[in-house]
Design a protein around this ligand. Sequence first.
Ligand code: AHR
Length: 634
Amino acid sequence: VFKVQANQIKAEIQPTMWGIFFEDINMGADGGIYAELVKNRSFEFYTPLMGWTVSGKSVKEGDVLVLNRKEINTANPRYIQVNVNNADKGSISLTNEGFRGMGIKKGLRYDFSVMYRQKTAHLKLHLELVNPKGEIIGTGLLIPTETGSDWHKQAVSFNATATEQKAKLNIWFEGNGMIDLDMISLFPEDTWKRRPGGMRADMIQLLADMKPGFIRFPGGCIVEGRDLANRYQWKKTIGPIEQRQLIMNRWNTEFANKQTPDYFQTFGLGFFEYFQLAEDIGAEPLPILNAGMACQFNSAEVVALDELDPYVQDALDLIEFANGGVNTRWGKVRADMGHPKPFNLKMMGVGNENWGPQYLERLRIFTKAIKAKYPNIKLVNSSGTDPNGDRFDYLNTALRKMNADLIDEHYYRRPEWFLENANRYDNYPRNGSKIFAGEYAAQSDKTVSVNNKNNWKTAMSEAAFMTGLERNADVVSMASYAPLFAHVDGWQWTPDLIWVDNLRSYGTTDYQVQKLFSTNKGTQEVPILLDNKAVEGKDGFYACAALDKATNEIILKVVNTSAKAQNADFVIDGAKLKAKANITVLTNENLEQVNSFDNPSAVSPKIQEVDLRNQKLQFELKPYSLNVIRIKKA
Ligand code: AHR
C-alpha cells in the first residue's frame, strides 16, 4: 500500500525544477536548430572553401579567388571574388554541400540571400537546388545591381519541387564581369515562428512541448573552448550576423575521429537568439560564462588572475544586456536588436566543469563583483560527482562555505548508478546551497562510448533517479538531461535526448521521461510511503508525490523497475478526492527498446482513466513502467 500524506507539505517545487541543457555539440546549432542551409557561408572555416566546390574554373571561363581583408574587418575577414569571362549559364559555378546535405521540402519557399559588390552590372546568378542524382528540385535567379565599392545585400526566394534529405545548392554565373561575394545564405520559410534567418521549427517544437522550467546555454565544454582563444564570448555572438566572429567548435573532431572537422560556430545563433528562445518557450534563461579557464579535458590553460577583469566585465555586461534599460549601453544593444523589453535574467553560471583550486580563486572574484552590483542574480557554481571516491568533497565544502546559490553536479553513469543513487539527496544538508543537476544521462555502455543507446533501461533508471530529485525539492532546484540534440550524420557524443536528420526529429525514450516529469511537475512536494516505509528500491518501486496548486490535483510518479506487474493500492491521507484518476503510463517489456525515425513512438505515453473506490486507487503497475497519476481534489 502506497500512502500519500497530502496535508504534509515537505517542500516547494521550484518552477525551474525540470529544464533543458542546450549545447552546440553533435551539430546542435549549426546544421541543427539554426536553420541556415549553407555551410561556411562567409568562407571563414579552417580552409576558406570548406563545404564549397568550384566547377568550370579555367582561365577561359573565369576564376574564383578568396580575399582577406583582416586589417579592416577582423570579425569577417574573408570573401570571394568571382571573375566571369563571357560565360554561359552552365560553365562556371559554386556548389555548397550543406551540413551533411541540405534538407529540402517539396512546395516550401526557400530564401536565398547574398552580400556582394560589383562595379558594373553584367552578371546573373542562377540558383539551383539539386538532388544527389543531379536532378534539379528548385531554381531561382538573382540579378545583382551595380554597387560601386559598397557592399549590398540582395535576396530572392523560390519554391522547391521535391523533398530531399541530401540536396546541394549550385550557383551558376552567367555574363562577363567581376563580383565580390560574402554571407551566401539559404533558409527555409518554415522556421520557428516564421522568423527570417531563424531556427528549425520541428526541433524547437520538441523543446516547447516539454514546457521546460529553464534553458541552460551555450554549454557545456564549448563555454570553455579547447583553449581560451576559442572560448565562447557572448559579445561576439550578437548584432548583425556578418559581424559575428566565428570560431572553431570545441567539438570539431579534426584531431580525434575526423567525423566533424568542419564543425564551427558561426553564431548566427547567438545570445540574443538564446534569450529569445527562452522567452518563446516560457523557460528561464540560464547563460553559463567562462570562468577564465579553458576545457579541463583539452588544456590546462587558465587566465592569469590579474587579467581576469575582461571576463568578469563580460558577466556584468551580460546582465545589463539582458535586464538593463534601453538607455544603458548594453540594454540599448538589445533594444536595437528588436527587444526593448528586458529578458528578466535571474541566474547565471560561472564556469563549466571547472574543478581545481584555480576555479575557486577565480570564482571568488566573479562572485564578489556580480553580487556587489546585482545582489539578486543567483549564481550557478560548477562542481562534479566522482563515481569512485570523494574527489569533489573539498570543492563542495568550499562552495557551501562561500554560500554558493546553486551547485552544478553532472552525472554520466550506468543505469544501476541511477537506481542506487535515487536517495542521493535524502541526507543532504537542508540549508544553504541548492543543487542544480545540470547534466545527467544513463549510459547503456560507458561514458562517451559510441555504443551508448537511448533505450528504455536508461530512461527508466533516470525516471527512478528523478523521483529522488523531486522528493528532495527543498535541496534540488533544477535538473537537466544532457546532451540535448544529436544529428545522425555528425555527432560526437551519445546518448542524447533528441535525434535529428536533415528533415526529421524524434524524442528518445529519455525524452519521453523528461517530458512526463516536466509537464507533471506540481508545486509542492508531499510524502509518499510504501507499507509505511521509504519507497526507494523496495520491490523495485521508486516514487514521489506532489500537489499542484494550479489544478488542485495530487500528482504521483511511480516507477516499477521490476520485471513483474505489481498490484498496488494508493491511499491519500488528508485530502478529499474526486472519483477518477488519470494515469499516464510509459512502459516497454523490452529494456533494450529504443525509439527511432521509423518508430518514434515505440516507447510513448498511453493515458487511461481509473475509478477510485472509497477514496482509494487500486491498479496494476506494468513491468518496467513509469506511471504518472493525477487525481483531482474534491
Ligand atoms: O554534455 C556533453 C559534455 O559533457 C558537456 O559539454 C560537458 O559539460 C560534459 O563533460
